[in-house]
Design a binder for this molecule. Structure first.
Ligand SMILES: [Zn+2]
Length: 414
């Protein structure tokens, strides 16, 4: 029985009907709606000759035992952000389910290598502010101490919310056992941006996930009365921040795929009758090339110092978070290219701005690649998130081709 992408689209709609309201998908990890999605998915798995269990971090594993112990992993996440879309994460899982069905029927339940489909726990980090929770436990990069104290908006502790779902945070890293025999990891995802729609292409090979530098930049000037302080005598912290907000567009613009964002700006005292004495800005910089990322960071720092000086202010930087760029496996990139060529007649390679579970898997040393399918209007994390149905179907065909090619690659090269 060949792969049946129409069934994937029908199942995505089934899941949407079960776990969305008028504001969008509500499958936030560690909530009742998320558990309902997992129960629904478990019933689908029960129709297949697979072993099914949850690991110590709540990742949901289905294993189709093959002739070889070596494993091909396919993954996605059923969790969503609040008021999210119907495809982000769920497409990956349900397309993977369809590929699993195809392997089970084609090889009478015993493919040449073991095929495992994982639904990662809490990819989004929507409730506790910690993304890639389950996959970082799998990869062994998770630090329990940093996350234990997290609480949600209602003051509920991360630890307690997880326990309600049968997950003990102290045993989290035991999820690393699932890495055993993992030979490759594949993940299909919606693009969540406008690039493929602009190019008129359905699918792309993902080169890797961009590294991120994330900082708070604080400019210090002098609070002063807005009526009595002449323009020439001001030390306006907002003026320095505003110059930087425009400069980062130029800093990013020197590189084709780089992005820089000043997403938040707070002024103090923040009243209509005072010159801004202190201004806190956030900066988020991303690129796939570590040298580009380092250069953009240096340039933003030096620009902030010269703008501070021009405005008779001072500036200080504090790092919020950073992650290095993660490049996917070169041989799997080629296989992915071939699979996309075969189903759509053309291919394209692009980096991913958003992080994905695939980044954690790749950090664990497992050969990894992702493929993107076009997002309409480039919108995601919103109820209007959408992809043409013919593109969704093509993406399942492409993932299926890629899975077969990767099985051969594992047999002959790993
Ligand atoms: Zn996602």
């Amino acid at each position: 029985m060949p792969v049946n992408p129409k069934r994937t689209v029908a199942e995505l709609k089934e899941l949407r009907a079960l776990t969305s309201d008028e504001h969008g998908a509500q499958r936030v990890a560690w909530t009742d709606t998320w558990l309902r999605a997992r129960e629904w998915y478990a019933k689908k798995l029960a129709e297949l000759p697979v072993e099914h269990h949850y690991d110590a971090a709540g990742n949901n594993w289905a294993t189709l035992q093959g002739a070889s112990e070596k494993c091909l992993l396919l993954g996605g996440h059923l969790d969503s952000v609040p008021n999210g879309g119907w495809l982000d994460g769920a497409l990956n899982v349900l397309a993977g389910l369809e590929v699993l069905r195809r392997f089970a029927s084609e090889f009478n339940g015993r493919p040449p290598v073991t095929i495992r489909l994982v639904d990662w726990a809490d990819e989004e980090g929507a409730r506790f502010g910690r993304s890639l929770l389950g996959s970082s436990a799998f990869a062994g990069t998770h630090t329990i101490s940093a996350d234990r104290a997290r609480t949600d908006r209602d003051g509920i502790k991360l630890e307690d919310a997880l326990r309600r779902c049968g997950v003990e945070i102290d045993r989290f890293l035991e999820a690393g056992r699932e890495r055993k025999n993992a030979a490759a990891y594949l993940e299909l995802h919606i693009e969540q941006g406008p690039v493929l729609e602009h190019l008129g292409l359905p699918l792309a090979v993902v080169l890797g996930t961009k590294g991120v530098e994330r900082h708070i930049i604080t400019f210090h000037g002098q609070e002063a009365h807005s009526g009595s302080t002449p323009m020439s005598a001001r030390r306006d912290a907002l003026a320095a921040a505003a110059k930087l907000a425009l400069e980062i567009r130029y800093i990013a613009g020197k590189h084709p795929d780089a992005v820089c964002t000043m997403g938040s700006l707070k002024t103090f005292p923040g009243i209509v009758t005072a010159v801004v004495g202190r201004c806190e800005a956030t900066l988020d910089q991303r690129d796939l090339d570590p040298h580009v990322l380092a250069q953009m960071y240096r340039e933003a720092q030096s620009a902030s110092r010269s703008f501070a000086e021009e405005e008779k202010c001072t500036v200080e930087w504090s790092r919020l978070w950073n992650i290095e760029p993660i490049a996917f496996h070169p041989e799997l990139l080629d296989l992915c290219d071939q699979a996309i060529q075969e189903v759509s007649g053309t291919s394209h390679r692009m980096p991913s701005g958003p992080l994905h579970d695939a980044a954690e898997v790749s950090r664990a040393g497992i050969p990894t690649v992702m493929l993107f399918v076009q997002s309409l209007r480039g919108i995601s994390h919103n109820k209007i998130e959408d992809t043409r149905e013919d593109h969704l179907e093509l993406s399942v065909f492409a993932l299926d081709r890629l899975a077969s090619k990767t099985v051969d690659w594992i047999l002959h090269h790993v």
